[in-house]
Design a binder for this molecule. Structure first.
Ligand code: KG4
Ligand code: ZN
Length: 341
C-alpha cells in the first residue's frame, strides 16, 4: 500500500510516498532555510505562509518523482502534533482536502513518534529493527530519552527541563553571529576547534525523577554571557574553539543520560533521531559506547521529512486508526516535556 506523508510542523515542507511502511518511493523536501536566514531563526508567520505556497508544488513533484498518479495512493498521513500551529494547519488542511477529494483514509500522526520510526525506512539495513529499544530524540523543539515499546507506544524517561538541545545550538550560533542554521554551522566550526579550550559547566540534574533529564539554559548562558570565565588561558577564544567546547558540553550531557538509561533498562539498542542526530561529534561519541549498539537513520531521515510520516501513518492505517475531517492540530504534547522541580 502506498501512503502519502506530509510534514509541515516547522520550516521544512516535505512530502513522501512510502510503500508498506518501509520503502521510500519518492521523497521531496522544500527547504525554507534562505527565507529564515536573515532572522537567524524560524519566523513562524513566514513559515506558515511559505508552506501554503510550497505544499502544492511539492506534492506534484513527489508524484512526478514516483511516476504515480493520485489514484494509486492508498492513504494520507500528516503531522498534526506537536509543532508550530500555523505551519501544522497548512499540512493538515491539505491532507484533509486530498483525503476528501480522493476518498482516501486520513491519519494525523505525532511528529515525535514519526522521528523514532525513521530508522525503519533505512533501505541500507538488512534487518528489521525490533522493539523495544531506547529512543534518543534530539531536535530543535525536543530532547527526549524514552523506551520505545511499539511504533506508537513510548515511555518517556528524560526530557529537557528548559531549552531543547538543537535550540541551544541555534541560540548560541545566533548570539555569537556564527551563521544560520546554527547546528550545522557549529558542527562545521567545531571540526577544527579545540573542545578543551573552554570548560563549560554541566547541570547536576541526577537525582530522583530527573535522573535522565537535561538542561541547556545554563550552558547557553555560559557560552553567550560568561564566556571568559570558562576559558583555558592557554587557548584562544576563536569561533572554532567555542563551537568545539560548546558542542562537547552539549552532547556529553546528553550522553551521560543515555548511558544511564541504557544501563538501567538493560536495553542494548539505542536509536537516535532528530536534527541534532546529524551532528558529527554526537554520532562518533555514541558509536564508541560498547554497552549498546546505536542506530542512526540516514542523514536525510534525521531532519524533518515526509517519509517518516508516511511510514508511521501506514502502521496506523493498517491497524484501522483513522482521523476525521475534524482533525485538529496541537502545538504541544505535555508528556514530552518535564518541568522543574
Ligand atoms: O528535527 P529537526 O529538523 O526539526 C525539529 O523538529 O526541530 O531539527 C532541527 C534542529 C535545529 O536546532 C538544528 O540546529 C539542529 O537540528 N541540527 C544540528 C545539526 N543539524 C541540524 N545540530 C547539531 N549538529 C548538526 N549537524
Ligand atoms: Zn523534527
Amino acid at each position: 500500500m502506498l501512503i502519502l506523508g506530509i510534514e509541515s510542523s516547522c520550516d521544512d515542507c516535505s512530502l513522501a510516498i512510502v510503500e508498506d511502511g518501509r520503502r521510500i518511493v519518492a521523497h521531496t523536501v522544500a527547504s525554507q532555510v534562505e527565507l529564515h536566514r536573515p532572522y537567524d531563526g524560524v519566523v513562524p508567520e513566514l513559515a506558515s505562509r511559505a508552506h501554503t505556497e510550497l505544499i502544492l508544488p511539492t506534492y506534484r513533484e513527489t508524484l512526478r518523482r514516483a511516476g504515480l498518479g493520485p489514484e494509486q495512493l492508498g492513504g494520507v498521513a500528516v503531522t498534526s502534533r506537536p509543532g508550530l500551529s500555523g505551519s501544522l494547519v497548512v499540512g493538515v488542511a491539505f491532507a484533509k482536502a486530498l483525503s476528501f477529494g480522493l476518498g482516501l483514509p486520513l491519519i494525523g500522526v505525532d511528529h515525535i513518534l514519526a522521528h523514532l520510526y525513521a530508522p525503519q525506512l533505512d533501505s541500507t539495513r538488512e534487518y528489521r529493527l525490533e522493539y523495544p529499544f531506547l529512543g534518543v530524540l534530539v531536535s530543535g523543539g525536543h530532547t527526549l530519552i524514552c523506551k520505545v515499546n511499539e511504533f506508537d507506544s513510548i515511555e518517556v524517561m528524560g526530557t529537557t527541563i528548559d531549552d531543547a538541545c538543537g535550540e541551544a545550538f541555534d541560540k548560541v550560533a545566533k548570539h555569537l553571529g556564527l551563521g544560520y542554521p546554527g547546528g550545522v554551522v557549529i558542527d562545521r566550526l567545531a571540526r577544527t576547534g579545540n573542545p578543551a579550550a573552554f570548560r563549560f559547566p554541566s547541570p547536576s540534574l541526577h537525582k530522583g525523577e530527573h535522573r535522565y533529564d537535561v538542561s541547556y539554559s545554563g550552558l547557553k548562558t555560559a557560552v553567550i554571557n560568561q564566556l571568559e570565565q570558562f576559558r583555558d588561558p592557554a587557548c584562544e577564544a576563536s569561533h572554532e574553539n567555542i563551537a568545539a567546547s560548546f558542542e562537547k558540553a552539549a552532547v556529553d550531557m546528553l550522553l551521560t543520560r543515555v548511558v544511564r538509561a541504557a544501563r538501567d533498562t538493560g536495553l542494548q539498542r539505542v536509536v537516535a533521531g532528530g536534527g541534532v542526530a546529524a551532528n558529527t561529534y554526537f554520532r562518533e561519541a555514541m558509536g564508541q559506547h560498547t554497552e549498546f549498539t546505536v542506530v542512526f537513520p540516514p542523514l536525510e531521515l534525521c531532519t524533518d521529512n515526509g517519509a517518516m510520516v508516511a511510514g508511521i501513518g501506514y502502521q496506523h492505517i493498517m491497524r484501522g486508526d483513522r482521523s476525521g475531517l475534524d482533525l485538529d492540530v496541537s502545538s504541544r504534547v505535555p508528556r514530552f516535556r518535564h518541568t522543574y522541580p
